[in-house]
Design a protein around this ligand. Structure first.
Ligand code: ADP
Ligand code: ASP
Ligand code: MG
Length: 408
């Protein structure tokens, strides 16, 4: 039976002319089987970073609208090149930028959210036997402004298109053959996970596993769209993969499924704040007004009528957040405002934690044995996260991977 498949190829998968020709070959194999194929591509590897560097050389604090005009160009190159490669191999193809594909977003430049996709034109092309190639990572707001979806956003384009087109499968091709118990680049002993729950992947992505962008997993979770992660470097179509799907479809529940880490955060602290109602709001209100997302928050028990307050933000937002916080500190008559951007967050994730106590203390014990100081802790139903000094990151990840026997 023929299927409608959305395939996404990330930066390394389309990193050179040879790679693009290889991708075209794979797409054609599916097309020749009678499947309707929509391909989402990222910019060639390294290109988006180059665009970021160019922006930073010219005007790092500049308007986000113009940044998105620049950032979105990388994907326009690859949709054209892949369509040309398909054409050269005798396969009719048609490329679409985000705007042309009617990927509608809000106007939060550089981190826009997809609100709707009008797939009618794409469906027409598929009915005409064409392969449709769509630029990932970009969309358009209601006024026609180009937007981008945040780093790694092509994953989200792919899942959103799969939902809009009611695809049978959403395949994310990358440079690893699936999701592992932790980043295999840091821990070579990491084990391949054949199947995991969307809920678990959601936590892994939100705690820093960049194999899938968090918003892509959120979309898949919300609309019940299974995602398959596979390698574009495998020769055939029968290599290993990971199916990320509904929890009900997973047979075994695992206590700890994986270890995720995030080096992109920074910590901010305000001390000696008058301990009164409304303090958290006074501290975090201006931060959120500046559109800065806050991750972990800890407020100490007050003593002597004052309290301390610590939170983390993305490292890119560190300088701006620190300036805002220090202004607030002055207004509130707080004692001090400090920060540290050399921190890292390490998390253990697993659906089995819901029904098992003691996982957190096992984690803390393991870190203590290695003399790793924990600065902050946060937990949810299926994860425990700690903030540690960045220099201990690798040791912490390896230790936890071993202690929870993820290498076995
Ligand atoms: P793409 O350019 O294809 O989107 P990414 O670099 O965004 O690829 O994502 C793939 C990378 O994610 C892998 O090369 C790997 O280093 C990293 N990664 C992080 N955590 C994991 C994990 N748990 N399992 C597999 N890969 C992971
Ligand atoms: N090219 C964009 C990035 O590097 C989007 C993506 O690859 O998913 O972040
Ligand atoms: Mg990616």
């Amino acid at each position: 039976m023929s299927k409608l498949i959305v395939q996404k190829y990330g930066g390394t998968s389309v990193g050179s002319p040879e790679r693009i020709k290889e991708v075209a070959k794979r797409v054609i194999r599916y097309h020749d089987r009678g499947d309707s194929v929509v391909v989402v591509v990222s910019a060639m590897s390294g290109q988006t970073n180059k665009l970021v560097e160019l922006i930073n050389e010219i005007n790092p604090g500049g308007s986000a609208r113009e940044k998105d005009v620049v950032l979105s160009t990388g994907e326009q190159v690859t949709i054209g090149l892949l369509s040309l490669a398909l054409e050269a191999q005798g396969c009719p193809a048609r490329s679409y930028t985000g705007a042309q594909a009617r990927v509608m977003t809000d106007n939060a430049y550089c981190k826009a959210r997809i609100s709707n996709i009008d797939g009618s034109q794409i469906k027409q092309d598929l009915a005409d036997g064409k392969v449709v190639v769509v630029a990932g990572f970009q969309g358009v707001d209601e006024h026609g402004n180009i937007t981008t979806l945040g780093r790694g956003g092509s994953d989200t384009t792919a899942v959103a298109l799969a939902v809009a087109l009611e695809a049978d499968e959403c395949q994310i091709f990358t440079d690893v053959d699936g999701v592992y118990t932790t980043d295999p680049r840091m821990v070579p002993e990491a084990k391949h996970i054949p199947k995991l729950a969307l809920e678990e992947m959601l936590e892994m992505a939100s705690q820093g596993s960049k194999v899938l962008q968090i918003r892509a997993v959120e979309f898949a979770h919300k609309y019940d769209m299974p995602i398959r992660v596979l390698s574009s470097f495998d020769e055939g179509d029968d290599g290993k993969s990971t199916l990320v799907t509904r929890e009900e479809d997973i047979m075994e529940e695992v206590l700890v499924r994986g270890v995720a880490f995030n080096k992109d955060e920074a910590q901010l602290t305000i001390t000696g704040v008058p301990d009164q109602p409304g303090v958290a709001y006074k501290i975090l209100g201006p931060i959120s007004d500046a559109n800065i997302e806050v991750d972990m928050i800890v407020q100490n028990i007050g003593s002597d009528g004052t309290t301390d307050f610590t939170f983390t933000v993305h490292r890119n937002d560190y300088e701006q957040a620190k300036k805002i916080l220090c202004d607030t500190a002055r207004e509130l008559g707080a004692k001090d405002c400090t920060g540290d951007d050399k921190i890292a967050k390490v998390s253990i994730i697993g659906g089995g934690m819901r029904s098992h106590a003691g996982v957190a203390s096992q984690m803390f014990e393991a870190l203590a044995k290695e003399n790793i100081n924990i600065r902050m802790i946060s937990t949810s139903e299926i994860k425990v996260s700690v903030v540690v000094d960045e220099k201990y990151l690798e040791l912490a990840v390896r230790t936890l991977h071993e202690v929870f026997q993820l290498d076995q």
